[in-house]
Design a protein around this ligand. Sequence first.
Ligand code: SF4
Length: 255
Amino acid sequence: MSAKKTEISKRATEVLRLLKSEYPVAICELTHESAFQLLAATILSAQCTDVRVNMVTPALFDAYPTPAKLAVADAAHVEQLVRSTGFYQTKAKNLIGMASQVMTRFGGEVPREIEDLVTLPGVGRKTANVLRSVVFGLPGLPVDTHVGRLSRRLGLTKLDDAVKVEYELNAMLPPEEWGEFSLRLILHGRRVCDARKPRCEECLLESLCPSSTLPTKKLTGKTATKKLAHKAATGKAATKKSTKKPVKKTKARKK
Ligand code: SF4
């Protein structure tokens, strides 16, 4: 492993340690009581908040508590139930298609293997990893918008592609930590490292984050040097407005 990769890997380990201390309990915020319910809720969470999904799933699960019932549901009724989550026609179609395939191909049980999960309608790698890590206790690191953004800001990856980011993070962290690492990054992204306005001044990762927006004068040693280099490269260096009044240029009078 190159020195650079070793350094990034050490940073990932430190980020993991600090996030564990900050968020000792990392739980999935989608309400569910089974693999089937979490799968349905995760399909609905595309382009939608967990809070909104949690508002619609009680009625959905009341009407269709099992894959067998959802597989034969009336599409218009499912659309009506999930309408407020957006893209409701596609989501309703995917929910019914998912339930139907769980019944016909997997005997009514949600599969555990990622290769099987991603063949279900509406299920990508992120959703498959949510299922694996949250309900099956298997290694899986879901990369959503928060995980991708924080990983880049923290200098753990330079990549945009979610699957490539997942593989890079997987290589730096123990498999048993993957799922909760993702959940903790999501919590930190929601609470502190906002997409538009990161609150670096209250961030416990600030001392090791190359994207901190705090003035570099507070930093010392190697971290300061790295941050200065990063900010110079990205044009994000904090610039202080001069408090001195501008000196007026006056023409010398001819005597
Ligand atoms: S220091 Fe700022 S940019 Fe870095 S992780 Fe914390 S909030 Fe995000």
